[in-house]
Design a protein around this ligand. Sequence first.
Ligand code: FES
Ligand SMILES: [Fe+2]
Length: 358
Amino acid sequence: MFDLQSEILKFDDSQDITNAWTPPSSWYTQNEFLNLEHEKVFLKNWMFVDFTYNLSNEGDYSTGKVANRPYVLLKNKDHIKAYYNICSHHGTCVAKGKGNTESLVCPYHGWVYNLEGKLKKIPKAGSITDIHKKGMNLKEIPMHISGPFVFLWIGDGDTADFSESLEEHFSRDLYQNLNFVKRTEYIINCNWKVFVDNYLDGGYHVPHMHPGLTTQLDLDSYYTDIHDNWSLQKCLAKTSEAKDKEVKGRVSGEAEYTWAYPNFMINRYGKWMDTNWAIPMGPNKSKIVFDYFYDGNPKDVEMSLDASDKVQAEDMEICDMVQDGLNSGVYKQGVYAPQFEKPMFHFHQLLKESFLTN
Ligand code: FES
Ligand SMILES: [Fe+2]
């Protein structure tokens, strides 16, 4: 019989990275782990959900779900606020997609909420008693904005402090005033953590998987830095090649790859920022959302995007292939490449800590 607790403990991180085995394949294949992640990870952390760029004008809104909980972000006159996107009448999602509006009107029976989430109008419903009318506003969700990124604490209970060092990292000029270029979304047949693991292998896969990118990076300069609940990987561009590829390629100067626990990744290089957001859709299925931003006049945008798209496609293909091995029942646990994979080990340690916390 499947024993969740013993599967968690198979990842023994009292060992250092040179002796440790990776988490077992069950972490990546079993529904029990996905449920556990919803409860212990996604509902108990600051979760990235959007960019402030999408919510700059009064009435802008966007919607989504974290761990099956629907939220709506709303820009009122002064602030961005977050609410559960759940009508007080029968629980319908009030808002859909994103856009700009003067109020939110529930599509089911037309109850109207204003931009502060207050219930303003109930179309003729007969007499609803005062006691029933109490607490009928949309329920607010704790939100934290760091740099251009919007995070929600969508679970019940007390919020944790947002990491001070991550706050400092995102507050730098490097992350401000970027122009949105495009969003692409892909569905891939792997667990969301396979995608994150690939991101956190300290550049180990880069020469094998990304020949184009490798010509632009000085992989000897690769450097990783582990923080409380985030990590940073950095790499310098190869100077001679980088000069002529400055416009058409992906990298110029220094590339910075930031990962914020659990599922948000930010690539900042030259004039570009792209972000990867890994959303679980099942134990073997994920949605990866790529958003592209540009600093300044986006000339030659298409050529650079082609280079980025190629790297993303290479990563997604290998993730599918990893999942096949994980699903096989033959592969049990792997090992780490200690020189590179410290950020990945750190991710697995954070997961285990979340799983074991009440
Ligand atoms: S469920 Fe929203 S108005 Fe009825
Ligand atoms: Fe990659």
